[in-house]
Design a protein. Structure first.
Length: 222
């Protein structure tokens, strides 16, 4: 199953819960949504796509890779600014102050959280001021590594990745600064005949998965 990098931890927990409930094993491949879609377009044998946006699953159906009628929103994500060395109680002020050398973001061309980060910088009027400081990761997992390793003083990641960190290290970006991060899933044609793939999607829609998803800071569409 192809899964957006921001959803790594909850997917692994949901996968374990699914196996405990059904006895069936599932395996995941994590990455930027755009990169995963490129692999799907090149006949990668994924059976389900859990994207970080609501664009690629619909595109998968339109392009003939996804099963019509199986697209649904499994989570609504939140963008966060994270630092291990700066107090982010007022993240907007920290960004505007510019007292940092490097700001990490996921590649906005392939990672929806990277696109949301750029929307946020635009909303704050800081695109030009931060242009020379941006460090781009392939996905939000690599972006978090940049921050945790000290290669960037701060970075935009998914709230789910830093949900348990000390409050001063995390600024949850107000949703007014970027479009909603609606994360959709779709059953792919390669999994259409696999009852385990269909069962996993059903499990993902259920209350046990929803409880896991919300503990990571996501909202669940009702």
């Amino acid at each position: 199953m192809a899964v957006a990098a921001n959803f790594t931890a909850p997917a692994e927990e949901i996968g374990a819960a699914f196996t405990a409930a059904t006895g069936d094993q599932v395996s995941f491949s994590f990455g930027a949504t755009g990169g995963l879609y490129a692999q799907i377009a090149q006949a990668a044998p994924f059976e389900v796509l859990l994207a970080a946006d609501n664009v690629r699953p619909a595109q998968a159906v339109a392009d003939g890779f996804g099963v019509d009628g199986t697209v649904f929103t499994y989570a609504i994500g939140r963008l966060a600014l994270h630092s291990t060395s700066m107090d982010l109680a007022d993240g907007a002020a920290v960004l505007a102050g510019g007292a940092f050398r490097h700001l990490a973001i996921a590649d906005p061309a392939t990672a929806p959280y990277g696109a949301a980060a750029m929307e946020t910088l635009a909303g704050l009027g800081l695109v030009d001021a931060t242009a020379g400081k941006l460090v781009t990761g392939q996905n939000v997992s690599q972006t978090l590594q940049f921050v945790d390793s000290g290669n960037a003083e701060l970075g935009f990641v998914a709230l789910s990745q830093v949900i348990g960190r000390p409050a001063p290290e995390v600024w949850v970006v107000p949703t007014r600064y970027h479009a909603p991060i609606e994360q959709d899933a779709v059953l792919l044609r390669t999994g259409e005949g696999n009852p385990v793939a269909r069962a996993f999607i059903a499990f993902l829609k259920g209350p046990e998965a929803a409880a896991i998803i919300t503990t990571y800071g996501y909202e669940v569409a009702r």
